[in-house]
Design a protein around this ligand. Structure first.
Ligand SMILES: Nc1ncnc2c1ncn2[C@@H]1O[C@H](COP(=O)(O)OP(=O)(O)OP(=O)(O)O)[C@@H](O)[C@H]1O
Ligand SMILES: [Mg+2]
Length: 242
């Protein structure tokens, strides 16, 4: 129990007549990279939004750091959310701000005494993603891969204990995708973060996953390592890995 940082229990969510999540049960352990695979529209983004209270489930519960988030006051939930980094599927930067200003943004709520060395925090975060030289650039001057990296740096800057990655490599070429996947792995190793990584990208799953879960028709239908699932007896499961 002490090693579990997040948990979904019997989670259910429908939109209108569409039952997107029917009975989702999953635990995320400290320091692990958990990959979630599933077809487009299967509810992967909804699932991680439920975990941080951006979407209210119809039934079941989401537990973060041992706390049932539906029982928390707003300010308590906000405190917990600060320990969770979220790299959104459409991870956009603020176009009118430089890279430095984009990275300052998550730091705006820090107390004054913690603000003294924001420059060092920004430089460390950019160094982690190999982009120190981009600090004064505008987003329009960056490639898609660089924007993803800056998005990751912005997520890392508050040193989250959990990171939720929604399609971190979508839209990138295979080489840049591998670089981002390796960065995700480096972050896990350096900071012992626990992550849920939603992806369609087999290479990303192979590089990053300690454990993979597959969602279908609102439930998890398979769980295992990359090796186990990619050699599954079930043709539908194997088809994800081709
Ligand atoms: N706020 C919402 N209101 C209504 N329907 C929604 C809402 N959010 C998601 N849905 C629906 O829930 C289903 C699952 O959406 P979700 O975004 O979680 O899919 P996904 O697995 O992340 O797909 P993709 O791989 O394309 O990102 C979809 O049918 C979607 O239209
Ligand atoms: Mg999605």
């Amino acid at each position: 129990m002490e090693d579990i940082v997040a948990e979904l229990e019997h989670l259910k969510k429908s939109f209108g007549t569409k039952d997107v999540l029917k009975d989702i049960n999953v635990t995320l352990k400290k320091g692990e990279n958990l990959v979630v695979l599933g077809k487009s529209g299967s509810g992967k983004s909804v699932l991680i939004k439920c975990l941080v209270g951006l979407i209210d489930p119809d039934d079941g519960k989401a537990v973060l750091f041992g706390k049932n988030i539906s029982e928390l006051q707003n300010h308590e939930l906000n405190l917990l959310r600060k320990r969770v980094g979220f790299l959104f599927q459409s991870a956009a930067l603020y176009d009118s701000m430089t890279v430095r200003e984009n990275l300052e943004f998550p730091l705006r709520d820090l107390k004054d005494q913690d603000k003294t060395d924001t420059e060092a925090l920004i430089r460390e975060a950019l160094k982690n993603v190999g982009l120190e030289e981009a600090i004064d650039k505008m987003p329009s001057e960056l490639s898609g891969g660089m924007i993803k990296r800056v998005g990751l740096a912005r997520t890392l800057i508050l040193k989250p204990e959990i990171i939720l990655y929604d399609e971190p490599t979508t839209g990138l070429d295979p080489i840049t995708s591998k670089e981002i996947s390796n960065l995700i792995l480096e972050v896990q190793r350096k900071y012992s973060t626990a992550s849920i990584i939603i992806t369609h990208d087999v290479a990303c799953a192979r590089i990053t996953a300690n454990r993979i879960i597959i969602i279908k028709d609102g439930i998890f239908i398979a769980e295992g390592t990359f090796g186990e699932l990619s050699s599954s007896e079930d043709e539908w499961i194997r088809s994800f890995f081709i």
